[in-house]
Design a protein around this ligand. Structure first.
Ligand SMILES: [Zn+2]
Ligand SMILES: [Zn+2]
Length: 256
């Protein structure tokens, strides 16, 4: 079974989706789900993207099954590393995504991050932050949406050109492989050919350096987005000789 491994329900600040809606969608599409609610400690906007982990488990544990698993997406930043690790170790998460949402204490979603910076500077700082966080984070199972910055960047061509950032991207990929952290293939931008063309060389390089598996996740915040572009993602992974996997009780399983 294929798993959509990146889903936000109402425990995430920016989603109102219920678990009933998510579960119904998954059943209709015959895919498995991993819920991965946001936990972004020290987020620049006060009290946003925090997760009431106790309530999350109390509420959702009765729903947990072989095809509905309970994970978390932790926002990586160097100054919350100890707290992130403690949280991940304290609770019985099936799966932990580590993601860069904030660089230099600025939300990448906001215009302020791009003001006065060239693409080279903005993206360079993003990848440097990723490398620094990955060095410290051995408590995550996957790296979320490596192309996150391209969703929001205020630059002419937001796609990540592998050649332009080769040294830093290689640094990221090497760390992933060294630490047994899986690269996520986030489907959110895959309706654009330019996004696929930009991701392909990164996935090929990941494979070349020793990567063998990817997690596939839609990053859905609404029911209609669950499972979107999964077929495109599977085809892209396949073309790069990467196998789709998911995590259960923090152990990697192949999607069959
Ligand atoms: Zn994210
Ligand atoms: Zn997400």
């Amino acid at each position: 079974m294929l798993f959509d491994t990146h889903i936000h329900t109402r425990y995430s600040t920016d989603s109102r989706m219920t678990i009933e809606e998510a579960s119904a969608q998954a059943r209709a599409q015959q895919i498995g789900l991993i819920l991965t609610e946001h936990l972004d400690l020290k987020f620049p906007e006060a009290d946003a993207f925090l997760l009431d982990v106790d309530s999350y488990f109390t509420d959702y544990l009765p729903w947990r099954s072989d095809t509905l698993l309970l994970g978390v997406e932790v926002g990586l930043r160097e100054d919350v590393d100890v707290e992130n690790r403690e949280c991940v170790e304290r609770y019985p998460f099936d799966y932990v995504i580590g993601s860069i949402h904030v660089v230099d204490n600025i939300d990448l979603y906001t215009e302020g991050y791009y003001r006065g910076r060239s693409k080279e500077e903005a993206y360079g700082a993003y990848f440097n932050a990723m490398i620094a966080c990955l060095r410290a984070s051995d408590y995550i199972d996957s790296l979320g949406h490596i192309d996150y910055i391209a969703r929001y960047a205020r630059v002419d061509n937001p796609e990540i050109e592998y050649e332009a950032f080769r040294e830093q991207i290689d640094g990221v990929l090497r760390l992933l492989i060294e630490r047994n952290i899986i690269l996520e293939l986030n489907t959110r931008r895959l309706e654009r050919k330019a996004a696929i063309d930009a991701l392909r060389p990164i996935l090929q390089r990941y494979r070349e350096l020793g990567g063998r598996c990817v997690t596939i996740g839609s990053d859905a915040h609404v029911p209609a987005a669950i499972g979107s572009q999964m077929a495109t993602a599977v085809a892209l992974a396949d073309a790069c000789q990467l196998r789709p996997v998911y995590f259960k009780q923090r152990r990697m399983e192949y999607c069959t």
